[in-house]
Design a binder for this molecule. Structure first.
Ligand code: IPM
Ligand code: MG
Length: 327
């Protein structure tokens, strides 16, 4: 069956890195059906609405979504479109692999609740945000993470702040139950100390599960291990829908300069193929990235001089060379 993928370039460097990821997908899977969906700041500036019900319906109609990045419009009442999409499509597991010389970490972040509950208000002299941790939300992310850890023959670290937050006492308890039930080896760690230790001893970690905002911060910090956010992909997975996006944002400071590293977006496209059952396709993409980088074709964040488009050209050429072609 044809794989139907909705493509959201979004704003800023999303409009530069997603076209590269798109070319890579078209090269490796000529049978794929890609269709654009416009959401974000650009759309808001033009129409006054960053994402409407038709856009959500279009995203839901796809087998998968390839997503760039969105700039926050200068509107005080604005709520993040990405968060809305994650909630409306119930993409409860945010999966962020961080791989490098001697380490292979999978950060799994709860993606629909916690401090991102959306329950917040402003009073006279204070503003409040409610951190919601539910049994259902914790159980499904814990189960997801335990299954991933088990499939890798690995270990699960449960990142939390249960020494301070009652909500994390619940999260930790449920994660322990699920990990024990799945028969996976586990331990728990406080998120602050864990973040430092992951940076100092990355080889000692395998799968890490944590709540929404802790996972947001931990995954950006882990970008340090690989030389920056230009390299880190992510998957937002639910039971019915899945969205793949680079961990980085729209980077307005370098947008339009052909300096953005498209590797995070291309790796997100590889995760999309893997999720669709095309493991070989994903491996081919990763091999081609490594080959191109090994030849010294690198964007400025990696110390090179290649532009976003030139890197994309090199990648597509590598994917077309016979030894690279998929089995
Ligand atoms: C991320 C981003 C988002 C988040 C923002 C853009 C809403 O930082 O995907 O990590 O906080 O989840
Ligand atoms: Mg983030």
């Amino acid at each position: 069956m044809t794989l139907k993928v909705a493509v959201v370039e979004g704003d800023g460097i999303g409009r530069e890195v997603i076209p590269v990821a798109r070319r890579v997908l078209e090269t490796i899977r000529p049978d794929i059906e890609l269709f654009p969906v416009e959401v974000g700041y650009g759309k808001w500036a033009r129409t006054g609405c960053a994402c409407d019900a038709d856009d959500i319906a279009a995203l839901k109609s796809a087998d998968s979504i390839l997503f760039g990045a969105i700039t926050t419009p200068p509107d005080p009442g604005y709520n993040s479109i990405l968060l809305r999409i994650r909630k409306e499509l119930d993409l409860y597991a945010n999966v962020r692999p961080v791989q490098g010389e001697g380490f292979d970490i999978l950060i799994i972040r709860e993606n629909t609740e916690g401090l991102y509950s959306g329950i917040e208000w402003h009073e006279e002299d204070r503003a409040c945000t409610v951190r919601v941790i539910t049994v259902k939300g914790s159980r499904r992310i814990a189960r997801f993470a335990a299954e991933r850890a088990l499939a890798r023959g690995g270990h699960l670290t449960i990142g939390n702040k249960a020494n301070v937050l009652k909500s994390d006492v619940l999260f930790r308890e449920i994660c322990i139950e699920e990990a024990t039930g799945a028969g996976v080896r586990w331990d728990t760690a406080f998120i602050d100390a864990l973040t430092l230790d992951v940076l100092m001893h990355p080889a000692e970690y395998d799968v890490i599960v944590t709540t929404n905002m802790f996972g947001d911060i931990l995954s950006d910090a882990a970008g340090y291990l690989v030389g920056g956010l230009g390299l880190l992909p992510s998957a937002n997975i639910g039971d019915r829908h899945a969205l793949f996006e680079p961990v980085h944002g729209s980077a307005p400071d370098i947008a339009g300069t052909d300096r953005a590293n498209p590797i995070a977006a291309v790796r997100s496209a590889a995760m999309l193929l893997d999720h669709a059952g095309d493991h070989d396709g994903a491996v081919c993409i990763e091999t081609a990235i490594r080959e191109v980088v090994a030849r010294g074709v690198k964007t400025p964040d990696m110390g090179g001089r290649a532009g976003t488009r030139a890197f994309g050209d090199a990648l597509v050429t590598a994917l077309q060379t016979p030894h690279q072609q998929r089995p």
